[in-house]
Design a protein around this ligand. Structure first.
Ligand code: URA
Length: 230
């Protein structure tokens, strides 16, 4: 939205008065004086006139320990969604910064700040996602190289980016990927002739699932945790 239109909508004055406010350097955006009414702002921009904020949108950042059986969606006619687990007054404004399959468990981030979630989900950012996996069959040591080289997904006609497979036990592994293709980890194991039985996300980039959160529980991120995704 344009700054001048935002000022009109928020009753900062008539068009002429707003022009004056801008010309006189009485309007600030995110702490800096702004004289250009055409400046693009969004709902998280902090707009002040003479130092008084015009609006206060509370930015919400949550981590959730997703249990199995919940959809990574904001609403669904058939299944409970992760939003059903959230007890926050702004829960209906939240979206997910990355999904987990219905059967999968672990770290999910929710926010109403689209710029922040984009920093996490934008493919070019290559944020690492770490999963604990149990499998039907023993994990072959050769799979380490296959995951590292990349696996061709015919449906999307692409090869997955190098992934790290660490075999922790015959049927247990840690997998680190830097993208988020549909059912990616399950399809990678399928490609090497195995099958994922359970999938749990431990970490997204610099943020690990809080060990104190039981399945279904969530908490707000601290300002320093939010700032880790810059
Ligand atoms: N890979 C999967 O197969 N499922 C997920 O939920 C996440 C990554």
């Amino acid at each position: 939205m344009r700054l001048d239109r935002f000022l009109v909508r928020n009753d900062a004055g008539t068009c002429r008065e707003i022009r004056n406010l801008l010309d006189c350097g009485r309007v600030a955006v995110d702490g800096d004086i702004e004289t250009n009414g055409l400046r693009k702002i969004d709902r998280f921009s902090k707009i002040e006139v003479d130092g008084t904020p015009l609006q206060a949108v509370e930015a919400v950042y949550l981590m959730l320990h997703k249990p199995a059986g919940y959809l990574s969606a904001t609403s669904d006619p058939h299944h409970p969604t992760v939003i059903d687990l959230i007890d926050h007054p702004l829960r209906n404004e939240l979206h997910l910064a990355g999904r987990l399959d219905r059967a999968s468990t672990g770290l999910v981030l929710l926010t109403n700040d689209g710029r922040w979630s984009k920093r996490i989900t934008e493919p070019t950012k290559e944020i690492a996602k770490v999963y604990q996996v149990t499998t039907r069959d023993e994990i072959a040591a050769e799979s380490i190289a296959v995951f590292a080289i990349g696996i061709y997904f015919a449906y999307e006609d692409l090869t997955t980016r190098p992934a790290i497979l660490e075999i922790l036990a015959p049927r247990e592994a840690r997998v680190t990927i830097h993208e988020g293709r549909y059912h990616q980890v399950k399809r990678m194991f399928h490609a090497v002739g195995n099958q994922v039985l359970t999938l749990h996300r431990d970490r997204i980039g610099p943020l690990a699932l809080d060990a104190g959160l039981t399945p279904g529980a969530s908490r707000s991120l601290t300002p320093s945790e939010v700032a880790r995704f810059q």
